[in-house]
Design a protein around this ligand. Structure first.
Ligand SMILES: *Cc1c(COP(=O)(O)O)cnc(C)c1O
Length: 353
């Protein structure tokens, strides 16, 4: 078996002594080791060796997995989200009126061009108000409907780097002088993941460092209902994972169904979708750029603040039509492809049948 002697450190390792306790005599360890590696049971290897068809969940994931697991035939089926589930009631109503049939055939949403800027904005304002009301009720924090809001909600796990935007608080405050910002965070840590509980504390202390200048709120109990409110109610959906760790990322797709604009590190699905300045913005270089970790991080942080200050803030506050055009592009250039109907058709025709 190719790759069976790779020593990749991942989360899917199980000690053979535990395997032995569970499986007993019926499955001799030597047999399992042939498929799952010698040292520990590597569940990824086991799955690779026992599967007839293997795919990554984006092209980037496919390519990176090919490097990690050479010798396997790995293909790619890019993830998608369920259109009706992730489109808020205000955009559903708008799409129903202009693009009937959109929920079953989201390809039709390329025709969002025929919706006026005003109607797009009105639907967004309602979603924005719904989120702000929800936050006020839940936390007592009063966000401002006229201020650019950035949303960030993820499983709280290290590679998602929730605190990248806090890398330089003074620089963030400077951006806030150019045009006001407000931040909405959410995310739960695994109950046994102490490092990540610490990560959430880190976000809180950074938020405290902004007090009096940038309003920021952390919502607890992140779940799908809260995610739906967030991905529709903010202006910018921020994503700052450490490349190439983000296999796909789906919350940005959800945001686009609601005219929310993505501002994200080039990893996972965003590599396939981002057209710089047209449907959103990229943070940092491509994951395959030949640069070191520190240099990459430096460029990411620079991009994060500079693009916010010089591109996003001016567009939002001083070019209302330009902003609405980007919102429409976010819808048109994402929803037509990144939906679960296409994904399921591809699984059906390429993997399952
Ligand atoms: C969509 C969603 C996720 C996944 O979002 P990513 O961008 O892939 O991290 C996680 N949790 C909830 C509750 C979601 O709705």
């Amino acid at each position: 078996m190719n790759g069976a002697n790779l020593s990749i450190k991942d989360n899917f390792m199980v000690l053979y002594e535990d395997v032995n306790k569970l499986m007993g005599e019926e499955f001799p360890l030597e047999n399992i080791k042939r498929y799952a590696g010698n040292d520990n049971l590597n569940a990824t290897l086991l799955a690779l060796n026992l599967s007839k068809y293997v795919n990554g969940v984006t092209n980037a994931h496919m390519e990176y997995s090919r490097i990690l697991f050479p010798g396997y035939h790995l293909r790619g089926i890019t993830n998608g989200v369920h259109p009706l589930k992730w489109t808020c009631e205000f955009f559903r109503e708008l799409f129903d009126r202009h693009v009937p049939g959109w929920a079953n055939e989201p390809e039709l949403l390329v025709r969002v061009d025929e919706v006026s800027h005003e109607e797009i904005w009105n639907a967004h304002i309602k979603a924005n108000k719904a989120l702000i009301d929800y936050i006020a009720e839940k936390t007592g924090v009063g966000l401002n409907m006229n201020v650019l809001s950035l949303g960030f909600a993820r499983r709280a796990t290290a590679y998602k780097r929730a605190t990248l935007i806090f890398s330089d608080l003074n620089r963030l405050k400077e951006v806030n002088y150019a045009g006001r910002l407000q931040l909405v965070f959410a995310g739960k840590a695994h109950p046994r993941d102490d490092a990540e509980k610490h990560g959430i504390k880190d976000i809180y202390s950074n938020m405290a460092g902004l007090r009096g200048e940038i309003e920021a709120v952390y919502l607890d109990n992140y779940d799908m209902e809260q995610a739906a409110k967030m991905v529709s109610g903010v202006d910018i959906w921020l994503n700052t994972p450490l490349p190439p760790m983000e296999a796909s990322g789906t919350s940005g797709m959800k945001a686009a169904y609601n005219g929310v604009v993505n501002f994200s590190v080039l990893d996972g699905w965003w590599i396939e979708d981002c057209i710089e300045g047209v449907n959103g913005w990229a943070i940092g270089p491509s994951p395959t750029a030949p640069i070191g970790e520190d240099e990459r991080r430096r460029i990411e942080i620079k991009d994060l603040y500079n693009k916010l200050e010089y591109l996003i803030v001016p567009k939002f506050y001083h070019d209302r039509d330009g902003w609405r055009e980007i919102m429409k592009s976010s819808i048109a250039k994402t929803t037509y492809y990144f939906h679960s109907h296409r994904m399921m058709r591809r699984y059906a025709s390429e993997a399952y049948l």
